[in-house]
Design a protein around this ligand. Structure first.
Ligand SMILES: Cc1cc2nc3c(=O)[nH]c(=O)nc-3n(C[C@H](O)[C@H](O)[C@H](O)COP(=O)(O)OP(=O)(O)OC[C@H]3O[C@@H](n4cnc5c(N)ncnc54)[C@H](O)[C@@H]3O)c2cc1C
Length: 327
């Protein structure tokens, strides 16, 4: 395993803000993880796992960490006799954390496996999907994950975490809370459904992919990390108050007392769509996305974010919460 020093962290974030990682290495297999852990302990620095950096923004400074880029590969359909096919047409697949999620979606559809099609075109790796319970169009990976295999940095051992123990929530999991940075995910197992014919899955995938890229900037053309804010969950009373002034607003009921309100709608109706805050801007086609117009610093981003949060709070009394991780 080759450890590099003072590596440009910008290159590892699709927002293209960053300074340097003090140490950086690529992890190709499980053995590399033990080695990386020993190295980080010897230097007394934390390990941060990175995938494609499509939900990660790094400080402009030198981060005193060992950044490990997860490149663990593998795609396995578990045969029925090994417990893969549970009942009827359910099939278990086990995928290496470094595989690209969208490539795996394509592969599963080619294998006549249904489930992932509405998650098409979400950037990033398989290993990052459980972290924020990646989701789109009413579907979330928690609906398919059976277990997550991890390397526990506390005990230097490999272990398996069940779906329940991942404590999935809306863009949330145990990996963002009490177990933050404790585990490096090595493989994720998913349960999908075998179908006779994949025509409708292919159609859905194409439709979703086209819709997404008509509303989202491609990170290699315009640096961004997708949705910058989570959709707030508010009380029905707050929603009712907003509806008085905005009867056309579309809200989504969560339970008897709560409603989800699109963060993009709030930002747009606070008059911020397309607005620039120095080198950071609210994307003109989708107010939920912040873009780097080139050369922005982490300070520029934090100031823009604070300003947006403040304006939305003043207008609607709702506090927006950021989705991507900033370190
Ligand atoms: C244009 C665009 C559209 C997007 N649309 C959506 C969307 O619709 N829905 C959605 O949910 N997200 C969306 N995202 C966000 C992003 O695609 C997901 O969060 C994705 O899972 C990030 O994957 P990554 O490999 O790039 O992770 P990174 O950005 O590299 O890392 C994200 C987090 O995961 C951790 N991590 C990564 N790999 C591992 C590992 N193996 N073990 C432990 N921790 C790990 C990192 O430490 C970090 O905390 C979008 C992003 C972009 C740029």
């Amino acid at each position: 395993m080759k450890i590099q020093e003072y590596v440009d962290s910008k290159l590892h974030s699709s927002f293209k803000i960053g300074g340097q990682f003090r140490y950086f290495t690529e992890v190709l297999d499980k053995e590399d993880l033990s080695e990386a852990s020993i190295f980080a302990k010897s230097k007394n620095i934390p390990i941060i796992a990175i995938g494609e950096g499509s939900n990660f923004i790094f400080s402009d400074k030198v981060l005193e960490v060992l950044a490990i880029k997860i490149k663990i590969k593998g795609f396995e359909i578990i045969p029925a006799r090994a417990g893969g096919k549970e009942d009827g047409n359910e099939v278990l697949i086990k995928v290496g954390a470094g595989e690209i999620f969208d490539e795996i979606i394509k592969k599963t559809i080619d294998e006549n496996l249904a489930g992932f099609e509405t998650l098409s075109a979400i950037p990033g790796t398989i290993g990052a999907t459980p972290i924020q319970n990646v989701g789109a169009y009413g579907s979330e990976v928690k609906d398919f994950i059976t277990s997550v295999e991890v390397f526990d940095l506390n005990s230097n051992t490999f272990t398996s975490i069940s779906n329940d123990d991942c404590k999935f929530g809306y863009r949330d999991s145990v990996f963002k809370n009490e177990a933050k940075r404790r585990y490096v995910i090595t493989t994720v197992s998913f349960k999908l459904k075998k179908v006779e014919d994949n025509t409708s899955l292919l159609q859905k995938r194409e439709e979703i992919t086209n819709t997404r890229w008509s509303k989202l900037p491609k990170p290699n053309e315009i640096p961004n990390v997708g949705s910058f804010f989570k959709n707030p969950i508010i009380s029905n009373e707050t929603a009712d108050k907003i509806k008085i002034d905005f009867p056309e607003a579309k809200f989504f009921p969560i339970d008897e007392n709560h409603t989800k309100i699109p963060a993009g709608w709030l930002i747009e109706n606070a008059g911020l769509k397309g607005k620039s805050f120095g080198k950071i801007a609210v994307y003109g086609k989708n107010a939920l996305v912040l873009i780097n117009n080139g050369g922005a610093t982490d300070d520029d981003l934090l100031k823009a974010k604070d300003e947006i949060v403040k304006i939305v709070k003043e207008k609607f009394g709702i506090t927006l919460e950021q989705e991507p991780e900033i370190v």
